[in-house]
Design a protein around this ligand. Structure first.
Ligand SMILES: O=C(O)CCC(=O)N[C@@H](CCC(=O)O)C(=O)O
Ligand SMILES: [Zn+2]
Length: 342
């Protein structure tokens, strides 16, 4: 069975496949850790190549990452891309992808918290989060033998609901340990234009790999949500190059030529009540700046949110989130960007 057929079958059925071997990849041991979570490990590893976790489709309507993922599978199946480093390929929310929706029962990308996620919560995404956490745990325990956990890169690929002043940007989950410059440089070389650092735990998938495993987890926003077949993959060519290089274990050779602008989250506004609205037009771009005195949101519980002393940039505004969920992030430019990126 080819990898492309495997993931197509997973989306269609959600079955655990009896996966003996992949004809197209004789030099690779392919192990299915969960439905739609396939680890590829070269049978003969030279040195300690850095491992990578590549995930797409955590939100089912974010199709460009799923198309990029498909390009990787096709290249692997055709023998045009060789696996030179341990790689975990994950397709996220099968039912939401099939339905063309962000999620079925609840937002999968808020559930990756060991301490609170319950085995007997039968909402679709809760069960899927458990499977994905288990798959990552197994991959980390298998590959960490040969890798320093801090060198494992997790790229969780998404697209944003709205336009952005920086169409491609990375969200760095909160962590006590700063991301090494070399990792930011890899992201910059992949065409990422901005980096947004979270100020607190957010329990997303990329936060899971960072918080519980010490990996370099990132959520990547790769343009804007569009239906399958309507994505312009051209601006994502450098991203595809990075993914290919990580799988091949050759990413060191990527030269950084592009700038990456850094922001830090300073606050988040939650939707506390049903009576919640944003004070600005629905179609503003991510990273739009609001001066002091601007109204950002009105909530039946919390009242009005007004910008205080310094301007803020708003990211991911969405008045239609579930009650108790994040409705927007407020960010400020980071004073010191890493050297050589501006
Ligand atoms: O455009 C939007 O409003 C949402 C796009 C998206 O799915 N973003 C991720 C970001 C995760 C993070 O904060 O690391 C999400 O909301 O899950
Ligand atoms: Zn998303």
């Amino acid at each position: 069975m080819s990898l492309s057929d495997y993931f197509a079958e997973f989306i269609a059925t959600n079955e655990m496949t009896v996966w003996s071997d992949c004809d197209a990849l004789p030099e690779v041991s392919a192990v299915e850790y969960a439905p739609g979570a396939m680890a590829l490990v070269p049978r003969a590893i030279e040195g300690s190549p850095e491992a990578t976790i590549i995930s797409a489709g955590i939100h089912g309507d974010e199709t460009a990452p799923i198309e990029l993922f498909g390009e990787l599978l096709a290249a692997l199946d055709a023998g045009q891309l060789r696996v030179g480093a341990p790689t975990l390929l994950i397709m996220g929310n099968r039912r939401a992808i099939a339905a063309g929706r962000r999620y079925i029962d609840t937002n999968l990308n808020r559930l990756f918290r060991r301490e609170t996620l319950l085995q007997d919560d039968h909402r679709f995404e809760c069960q899927r989060a458990l499977e994905l956490m288990h798959a990552v745990d197994r991959f980390m325990s298998d590959v960490v033998k040969n890798n320093d956990a801090g060198s494992v890169l997790h790229l969780d690929m998404h697209t944003a609901i709205r336009d952005s002043r920086y169409p491609r940007f990375a969200v760095e989950p909160f962590s006590e340990t700063p991301t090494p410059d070399a990792v930011w440089q890899q992201l910059a070389s992949a065409g990422l234009q901005a980096g947004l650092s979270q100020h607190q735990h957010s329990w997303t998938f990329s936060h899971y790999t960072r918080h519980y495993h010490g990996a370099q987890g990132f959520t990547l926003e790769l343009g804007r949500v569009a239906p399958f077949g309507s994505n312009d993959l051209e601006p994502l060519a450098p991203m595809l190059d990075l993914l290919r290089a990580r799988i091949a274990g050759t990413h060191d050779s990527i030269a950084n030529q592009r700038p990456l602008v850094r922001f830090v989250v300073t606050d988040e506004i939650m939707r506390k009540s049903d009576d919640f609205e944003l004070c600005f037009a629905d179609d503003i771009a991510n990273f739009t700046e609001f001066p002091p005195g601007s109204c950002l949101a009105r909530d039946g519980n919390d009242g009005e949110w007004i910008v205080r002393e310094a301007p803020v940039h708003v990211v991911f505004p969405n008045a239609n989130v579930e009650r108790g969920a994040r409705a927007l992030l407020l960010a400020r430019p980071l004073a010191s960007e890493y050297p050589g990126t501006q």
